[in-house]
Write a protein that binds this ligand. Structure first.
Ligand code: CTP
Ligand code: MG
Length: 235
């Protein structure tokens, strides 16, 4: 079964602070988006990568990626106003032969290729939808009005969910078609599948697949790139 990866990369990166769109910001000299696309294309299962770029940066992103030697075909499209809209536009650009769809944030540039492979393997093994996730380490409280605690959640049942998330193509297409009816918004793709009443399989995530959201995350990402370089002589 062939896998196509959609990479939503059209966000502004407001929480990272002013500057170029987040996906184009460099991590040890290499734009985050480029790192994310390489990690996906390195997986033997991934044959095609669709990047949803900021609308004003489509040609920049296209020329940036076309210079790369990638183990997958590539298409760059303009993303939308929300992450969900960017993924929807990516789905519309799927090649006909795609059977498995991965969705991976450009903001998770250091995802190990082993995690990409594991997500694809779980879909190939029969899951409709797969999310990599980690145990939560902080205690999570739900708060009500005026920041008063309403409830302390049972941490043992909580998971922090990452990408790539993997889907049987028809499942994700259905989920997005239904989401359009209700104008619902979800912070991840599996959330839309859950609303169809379908089960979503959780597999172990990876610490290095963390999302670069705030400035401190950039420090961590730089340190991780430096460690990989020291270990392998490249990164
Ligand atoms: N994304 C997208 N289109 C949007 C908004 C977000 O493709 N309209 C993408 C981002 O580029 C990112 C991923 O969705 O790769 C996860 O989003 P997030 O980490 O929130 O990134 P940003 O939206 O760029 O950051 P912020 O919310 O701080 O502005
Ligand atoms: Mg965002």
């Amino acid at each position: 079964m062939k896998a196509v990866a959609i990479v939503p990369a059209a966000g502004r990166g407001e929480r990272l602070g002013p500057g170029t769109p987040k996906a184009l910001r460099a991590l040890a000299g290499v734009p985050m988006l480029l790192r994310a696309v390489h990690a996906l294309a390195e997986s033997p299962a991934v044959e095609f990568v669709i990047v949803a770029a900021p609308a004003e940066s489509v040609s920049t992103v296209r020329s940036l990626l076309l210079e790369e030697q990638l183990g997958a075909s590539l298409s760059v499209i303009a993303g939308g106003a929300t992450r969900q809209e960017s993924v929807r536009l990516g789905l519309a650009a799927l090649p006909p032969e795609a059977e498995i769809v991965l969705v991976h944030d450009a903001a998770r540039p250091l995802v190990p290729v082993e995690l990409v492979d594991a997500v694809v393997a779980a879909v190939r093994a029969g899951a409709d939808a797969v999310v990599p996730a980690l145990q939560v380490t902080d205690t999570i409280k739900a708060v009500g009005p005026a920041e008063v605690v309403a409830q302390t959640l049972d941490r043992s049942a909580l998971r922090s969910v990452q990408t790539p998330q993997g889907f049987r193509r028809s499942v994700l297409e259905d989920a997005y078609a239904k989401a359009a009816d209700g104008a619902q918004d979800s912070t991840d793709d599996a959330g839309l599948v859950e609303r169809l009443g379908m089960s979503v399989q959780v597999i172990p995530g990876h610490e290095e697949a963390f999302k670069v959201t705030r400035p401190l995350d950039l420090l961590l990402a730089d340190a991780l790139v430096a460690r990989r370089r020291a270990e392998s002589g490249r990164a």
